[in-house]
Design a protein around this ligand. Structure first.
Ligand code: HEM
Ligand SMILES: [Ca+2]
Length: 300
């Protein structure tokens, strides 16, 4: 089993080193917190939390549809890894580094903190096909999203609490512009989107415009890890279809959890922590399987 003291003897300064490197990265760009948090998620959903997302190559998970031109922050992971290697060479897995970076990114964005369980080992192969199947798409139905979470042992509450990660960060026009212009071939916009936000975004994401332009996932609170995301869902201001359907998708359970998190920031933080720990426990490679990579981008 994973445990918080796994590197206590072998790398006593690990937590300090990671914290410092993440801090330095956020000084340069605050959004990096979001990008780094997301890496832990897309790692854990594919082959468990084994740093498979970090492997380079033509069969890399970086080229899977949900990740292509979208996941970022790999240079920061490299910087953290080399700082850790300087202090304790060959000891700390890239998978554990991703889990620690995610925790620090949330904390340094104003969110809650928790003890990260450690002792994961790094996987030996990427799984691009698995990434295409396992990572939820922003146009999946709520049932599909719930079943993709269930496939990795996460429940409906986890879906709503972890979606709260979208309280920070940005998304590209390519991931939501269908909602603005021709929503599922209706010829018009998604009627659940609040009207001022709609007209504003229609000016950001033009028809046939630059799909790589970005806007805040949590409108008006995009660098702060808070529960404002859920208020936005009540107001029709979720950016992704997959965000807004947590409230408007016809599921009373997700709807009431959204409303609870909106009213009770502490409840959101507590549940987010629980769900992050659950997510961090997905299929960990431990014992003598896998390896401790020297360079997170390639197997030893
Ligand atoms: C519920 C299913 C989910 C779907 C459909 C989804 C989808 C997406 C999409 C489409 C983007 C924007 C990508 C782009 O525009 O290039 C995004 C960004 C992001 N996602 Fe999710 N996501 C989900 C769950 C999660 C979870 C569980 C986490 C973490 C715990 C997470 C963390 C993030 C963060 C922080 C960003 C912003 C990244 C940045 O600014 O670089 N997401 N997600
Ligand atoms: Ca926020």
């Amino acid at each position: 089993d994973l445990n918080a003291d796994f590197y206590k003897q072998t790398c006593p300064d690990l937590l300090k080193i990671v914290r410092k490197e993440v801090k330095d990265a956020l000084k340069i760009e605050m959004r990096m917190a979001a990008s780094l948090l997301r890496l832990h998620f897309v790692d854990c959903f594919v082959n468990g939390c084994d740093a498979s997302i970090l492997l380079d190559g033509s069969n890399s998970e970086k080229f899977a549809t949900p990740n292509l031109n979208s996941v970022r922050g790999f240079q920061v992971v490299d910087a953290v890894k080399s700082a850790v290697e300087s202090a304790c060479s060959g000891v700390v897995s890239c998978a554990d580094i991703l889990a620690l970076i995610a925790r620090d990114s949330v904390l340094l964005s104003g969110g809650p903190t928790w003890k990260v369980l450690l002792g994961r080992r790094d996987g030996l192969v990427p799984n691009q096909r698995g990434a295409n199947l396992a990572i939820p798409s922003q146009y999946d139905t709520l049932d599909t999203i719930i079943s993709k979470f269930a496939n990795v042992g996460l429940n409906v509450t986890d879906v709503v609490s972890l979606s709260g990660a979208h309280t920070i960060g940005r998304a590209r026009c390519a991931t939501f512009s269908k909602r603005l212009w021709n929503f599922f071939n209706t010829g018009g916009p998604d009627s659940t989107m609040e009207k001022d936000m709609l007209s504003d975004l229609q000016h950001v994401c033009l028809v046939n415009g630059d799909g790589n332009k970005t806007t805040a996932l949590d409108r008006n609170s995009n660098d702060l890890f808070d529960n404002h995301y859920y208020q936005n869902l009540l107001d029709g201001k979720g950016l992704l279809y997959s965000d807004q359907i947590l409230f408007n998708g016809g599921d009373d359970e997700t709807k009431s959890v959204v409303d609870n998190y909106r009213r009770k920031p502490k409840l959101f933080f507590d549940d987010f922590i629980k769900s992050m720990i659950k997510m961090g426990n997905i299929g960990p490679v431990t014992g003598s399987s896998g390896q401790i990579r020297k360079n997170c981008r390639v197997i030893n």
